[in-house]
Design a protein around this ligand. Structure first.
Ligand SMILES: NC(=O)c1ccc[n+]([C@@H]2O[C@H](COP(=O)([O-])OP(=O)(O)OC[C@H]3O[C@@H](n4cnc5c(N)ncnc54)[C@H](O)[C@@H]3O)[C@@H](O)[C@H]2O)c1
Ligand SMILES: O=P(O)(O)OC[C@H](O)CO
Length: 336
């Protein structure tokens, strides 16, 4: 059986490891930092912190020893916060098997370097981009842990590697497609978190579906502008890792990013919101990196700019709305 190591036993690491175990074609080992989580997965087949009452596949085993998790792995799946990926990888690097493909589940851009996660992986591990895979799409971990139906995209510049992972994670409730457009898939996943923050702000301010649909649609337009400028195909952004994920995240009260925005829109300060947020809401930090990337490439991203301004406490949600609505009148454009 193909061995897969999943490093990170938070929300998505646990749910994706369970997808792999349910697909029944891989031997899956989940690494977690906390002994109590590892014990609960092994003994009670449950991760009570994230999915209380959800029964995980009994064949899914967990360990708090990353070396044991990584031994003999053909795929190494990474499910940690984007901003901690580089440090985590540096600690794990020596134990990642030669020739293993490395899979990013992250949806963020590194602060400071403006790098996509696949870039951070290739650079830190000194491996070719063809060995790096990204899985993304409309994948709210809670729904997937409950085995509700979902689709995703498995992206890798080396298509046979994407197909190999596709077979390992295809199950009765999880349907993965493949793509070779790693740039488009990663940017779709990272930018949708920022747009979901903006939609949350609108919800928190008490606005309705017109405002949400407007932000989703114009959010997609600015995502496409950035992604195409960086070499992605605009078709990728019309697919599951673009529009699909944007719609799921912006519509779901389960989204951490939308929830952060909602609190901001309802009058909490950025500091109060962050103090009340326990899980990873990638858009908070990645919005800064995405805005920097956009500016470096001459791309206009007004919604991202508004989110950054609100998170920096430079202006209020009401001022951000006013700035957005009073932009100059122009023809509708999608993409560049
Ligand atoms: N939760 C989802 O629904 C979902 C779905 C798709 C993609 N993602 C992406 O997956 C990535 C991980 O998200 P998550 O939801 O699993 O996050 P989480 O907060 O639920 O879990 C993060 C995990 O990383 C571990 N970790 C390792 N180093 C860490 C550090 N330095 N700081 C904090 N935690 C550290 C934590 O112990 C925890 O197990 C994010 O990029 C997120 O955007 C999440
Ligand atoms: O809870 P969020 O906002 O991190 O979104 C989770 C997933 O990325 C949705 O696909």
């Amino acid at each position: 059986m193909t061995k897969v190591a999943v490093l990170g036993s938070g929300s998505w690491g646990t749910a994706f490891a369970n997808v792999l175990a349910d697909a029944q074609v891989a031997d899956v080992r989940l690494y977690g930092r906390r002994a109590d989580v590892v014990d609960a997965v092994n003994q009670r087949h449950e991760n009570p912190d994230y999915f209380p009452g959800v029964e995980l596949n009994p064949n899914l085993t967990a360990t708090s020893d990353p070396v044991a998790a990584l031994e003999g792995a053909r795929f190494v799946v990474l499910a940690v916060p984007s901003q901690s990926l580089r440090d985590n990888l540096t600690a794990w690097r020596a134990h990642i098997p030669e020739g293993a493909a490395v899979v990013s589940l992250m949806k963020g851009i590194e602060l400071g370097t403006m790098r996509r996660m696949s870039d951070v992986i290739s650079q830190t591990l000194d491996i070719a981009p063809e060995r790096v895979v990204c899985v993304s799409g409309p994948n709210l971990a809670g729904e997937i842990a409950e085995r509700q139906p979902a689709t995703a995209v498995v992206a890798c510049p080396h298509e046979p590697t994407a197909v190999e992972l596709q077979h390992l994670c295809k199950s009765s409730y999880f349907r993965p497609y493949t793509s070779t457009d790693l740039v488009g898939v990663e940017l779709g996943g990272a930018v949708k978190n920022v747009i979901a923050l903006a939609v949350g702000v609108a919800v928190g301010m008490g606005f309705g579906d017109n405002a949400k649909a407007s932000l989703i649609t114009r959010g997609l337009a600015e995502t496409v502008r950035l992604a195409v400028a960086l070499g992605a195909s605009e078709h990728t952004l019309a697919g599951l890792a673009g529009m699909g994920d944007l719609v799921a995240t912006c519509s779901s009260p389960r989204s951490r990013n939308r929830t952060v925005g909602e609190k901001l829109g309802s009058g909490m300060t950025p500091d109060e919101v962050l103090a009340a947020t326990r899980q990873t809401a990638e858009g908070v930090k990645s919005s800064e990196a995405i805005l920097a990337l956009a500016r470096a490439n001459g791309v206009d991203m007004p919604i991202t700019e508004a989110v950054v301004g609100m998170m920096r406490n430079e202006f209020t949600p009401a001022q951000a709305l006013m700035a957005f609505m009073s932009r100059s009148a122009k023809p509708e454009r999608y993409g560049l």
